[in-house]
Design a protein around this ligand. Structure first.
Ligand code: ZN
Length: 257
């Protein structure tokens, strides 16, 4: 694996030098159209994650480890409810999921809920899982009408609700960027696209209790939020893989002659 990675770094470095760049990092920034943030901005972001987010995640993981009573946490330990509670069931049907997501969006901003209602009226939502349906979940913009469609495989879990809110964030982004004159302006790189969707998850989080009206799930507000530490943990691990530095300094074989 190390050899494969080293070969990839070497090839990419040569590709960048052939194209007139000092290193692959600078080449990649140009190739991906990154004109509004620099490698230094990315480094500063990595550092802030390492200083602020990683200690928080490690603290949550220590708590989880103690609750589970295991000597060390393994990947599958992150997927269980550490208090041993049964899974949350925020909805049964796609129609219920949509009604809940619309109510939550209404709280964040009424215009966001209006976008979901428009999609419902135009039959642009395929939410429930069914036999033979392709896996996955996504929001896809339709450039002529301006209203996107959402495809997903909901089966009633808490994660499905978060997926709906996430894809709903993408959908709001599609509606709001529709007036831009060029289609190319509406084809975002992932760090822009996911800002809208993950931002919607965070903005709506304080209203997730609307999905859990049953007092029997009174523990619910804290529990869905618990799922977020897994996302943060995944993101924070990336700080241990210094991609920017590897590509900025070129391949090891070049550095040693
Ligand atoms: Zn997304």
């Amino acid at each position: 694996m190390d050899d494969l990675f080293d070969a990839m770094v070497r090839d990419r470095h040569h590709m960048a030098v052939n194209a007139g760049f000092a290193n692959y990092r600078d080449y990649a920034y140009a190739a991906l159209g990154r004109f509004d943030h620099s490698p230094e901005d990315a480094e500063a972001f990595h550092t802030s994650v390492a200083e602020v987010v990683v200690p928080l995640v490690e603290e949550l993981e220590r708590e989880r480890q103690q609750q589970l009573g295991v000597d060390r946490l393994r990947p599958w330990d992150l997927a269980v409810d550490s208090a041993g509670l049964s899974p949350l069931r925020p909805f049964r049907t796609g129609e219920q999921l949509l009604a809940t997501a619309t109510a939550i969006f209404e709280k964040v901003h009424p215009s966001f809920a209006a976008h979901l209602r428009t999609m419902r009226e135009k039959a642009l939502l395929d939410l429930e899982s069914r036999e033979g349906k392709a896996p996955g979940g996504y929001n896809y913009p339709l450039y002529r009408s301006g209203a996107p469609f959402i495809f997903m495989n909901a089966v009633g879990t808490a994660d499905d609700l978060v997926t709906m809110l996430h894809e709903g964030g993408h959908a709001v982004h599609s509606f709001r960027t529709h007036p831009l004159p060029l289609t190319a302006f509406k084809q975002f790189p992932s760090e822009v696209a996911e800002l809208a969707s993950m931002g919607m998850e965070l903005l709506s989080m304080r209203h997730w209790d609307l999905a859990y009206p049953d007092p029997a799930s009174a523990q619910s507000p804290a529990r869905p939020i618990g799922t977020c530490d897994r996302c943060v943990a995944m993101g924070s691990r990336r700080r241990r893989f210094p991609t920017l530095g590897v590509y900025a300094s070129g391949p090891r074989s070049c550095a040693t002659g």
